[in-house]
Design a protein around this ligand. Structure first.
Ligand SMILES: Nc1ncnc2c1ncn2[C@@H]1O[C@H](COP(=O)(O)OP(=O)(O)OP(=O)(O)O)[C@@H](O)[C@H]1O
Length: 304
């Protein structure tokens, strides 16, 4: 099967800085893939190369088998990118802009699909509104509509829900999940890790231009063994027997790292014999955020 995205030894340098450093990444058709990393890790650079907006320094990138440089038009036609910012002519209406965008991809008579996108993104009653008259949230919906207008098999969403209200977030995810179920490949970058955890099947984590983790969501979350036992105590000083325990605290709220249930018993019995009362107790499962923090802390800063 031709991969949806096939990246080999991809690199981008800005002077001495390696924004991307020998990236290998293959994403299969139908995946819902998360591309995660702290600010400056290289996510936007990678997306810009796939969209043909930035030239790599070395290596290759293909979309549905088409090289983003030597077969730019064929590759671009198969890709829908929802960027962080809207670039538009403010005098067009929403619908006019979508018709023009369809023409750009050589598509005539796209009305039925444009109507469906407008409906799904709750933009139908704004179809004849000028782009400049839209609110920030509405403009973001238009960005998504614009990326989908040519029904691309591969959809990349670059932080689509930053600053977006709960309603739009939910309707957006329903629509994107529906497109994914219909076979579209979806690549998502987001700083909302719980969103990535809920939606994506596989994850790549980038740090300083390198892939530092690449696995299924399941395996990554399972790779963390530690639970967190959160206790609010009647004191903000721990008994001596617990001071060596891996623990963070904020006032009298303590977070103990726990490897198994027997350790919970040990902590509780030490507290009991020390006469310390438990005011609140919660056992937290590891999540993608724990994985992210662990990986980002454990991987040494790369030379660039
Ligand atoms: N045009 C440019 N000139 C010089 N350096 C650049 C340029 N574009 C990006 N960089 C640098 O390349 C690195 C990667 O940036 P990039 O925007 O790809 O990161 P990111 O992972 O998308 O970050 P964010 O989460 O903040 O959007 C950063 O150190 C950035 O400063």
């Amino acid at each position: 099967m031709t991969p949806a995205i096939d990246i080999q030894q991809l690199g981008k340098r800005y002077g001495a800085l390696a924004a991307l450093d020998h990236i290998d990444l293959v994403i299969q058709p139908g995946e819902f893939f998360a591309l995660l990393g702290p600010n400056g890790a290289g996510k936007t650079t990678l997306i810009s190369i796939l969209a043909g907006l930035t030239r790599p320094t070395h290596g290759s990138a293909k979309v549905m088998g088409y090289d983003v440089l030597s077969e730019y038009r064929a590759a671009r036609k198969r890709l829908g990118v929802v960027p962080q910012e809207l670039v538009y002519d403010p005098f067009f209406t929403v619908r006019e802009m979508l018709v023009i965008q369809s023409g750009y991809f050589g598509i005539q008579g796209n009305d039925a699909w444009i109507d469906e996108i407008l409906y799904r993104l709750d933009l139908a009653d704004k179809a004849h509104t000028n782009l400049r008259a839209l609110s920030g949230g509405m403009k973001r919906r238009v960005l998504i509509a614009q990326a989908l207008v040519h029904k691309p098999p591969v959809i990349i969403l670059d932080e689509p829900t930053a600053g977006v209200d709960v309603d739009l977030r939910q309707s957006l995810w329903q629509f994107i999940q529906h497109l994914n179920q219909e076979g579209h490949t979806v690549v998502l970058t987001t700083h909302y890790l719980e969103e990535a955890e809920a939606l994506c099947n596989r994850v790549a984590m980038l740090k300083q231009g390198r892939i530092v983790a690449l696995d299924s969501m399941r395996n990554l979350v399972r790779s963390i063994q530690d639970y967190t036992l959160e206790l609010r105590l009647s004191t903000d000083a721990l008994p001596a027997a617990l001071t060596a325990w891996p623990v963070h605290h904020d006032g009298n709220l303590y977070s103990f790292k726990i490897k198994d249930y027997a350790e919970i018993e040990s902590v509780l019995s030490i507290l009991r014999t020390s006469g310390i009362r438990i005011l609140e107790m919660q056992l937290l499962q590891p999540d993608l955020e724990d994985v992210f923090v662990n990986i980002m802390e454990s991987v040494p800063a790369g030379a660039s």
